[in-house]
Design a protein around this ligand. Sequence first.
Ligand code: BEZ
Ligand code: FE
Length: 298
Amino acid sequence: MEDGDATPEQRAREEAVTDAVLRSLRTTPDPRLRVVLESLTRHLHAFLRDTRLTEEEWRAGIEFLTATGQMCDARRQEFVLLSDVLGVSMQTVTINNPACAAATEATVLGPFFVEGAPEIPLGGDIAQGAPGEPCWVHGCVRDTDGSPVPGARLEVWECDENGLYDVQYDGERTAARGRLVADAQGAFRFWALTPVPYPIPHDGPVGALLAATARSPMRAPHLHFLVQAPGRRTLITHIFVAGEALRTAGDAVFGVRESLVREFLRQAPGTPTPDSRELGDRAWTRVRFDIVLAPDGA
Ligand code: BEZ
Ligand code: FE
């Protein structure tokens, strides 16, 4: 049965329930909270009526959400993961970061950002022992009018060649993340690891949801950036590695934007490095990422 098949009497009974909830919200003192709760009520009730949700399905939904909450602890945020795979995170990013001239586009933060990453000097190595192929990353932070942003603060983080972030290992090791300050011309440079595709955590309820919908848990290979400067909109973004893995891995959290895809240029073993770092017989890659910050409030 579909919503449209309900008799006029049945539709009126259902509308009366929605109206009763909406009336109960009229006393909400905070006007914004009232707007959000009224809209949530309308959409949730419309969903129930549209799908003609059965009581058994309602129970399964409650059990799923309960299991999602029970999976959460200080290191694991299953609700954020749920928001990610439903595209809710990416839609929230899109709503709150409107396009602004040539400003670099934003994408999801993800669950692996950690406050207090080590300070890395310009030209330093964020790997700090994490395994992977070395990657030279450089670029410049500018305003939308093209002027450099001296002293912009950058936080960068990524997984290692095993597809794991430091926080996914036992112990307190910090690796493959760091904080840098751009120079007086807005330029930055550092060593990182060539990003690899990896699965989001999928051993919990969100993984079960992906399996039930025949979806892959893989994320396209990427390097995370969080860039801040006074008077500019904070930018949370990634760069994605152009190529085969981007096409085949897909992206379980809908985070890829064309404008964020970059060529990571492969360098054969023995190719001189930009800072004369000795890499012996190891291959490495290099990528340029120029960042444009929107003005605050744009
Ligand atoms: C990440 O890129 O780190 C990430 C984003 C969303 C869900 C899981 C991981
Ligand atoms: Fe990531």
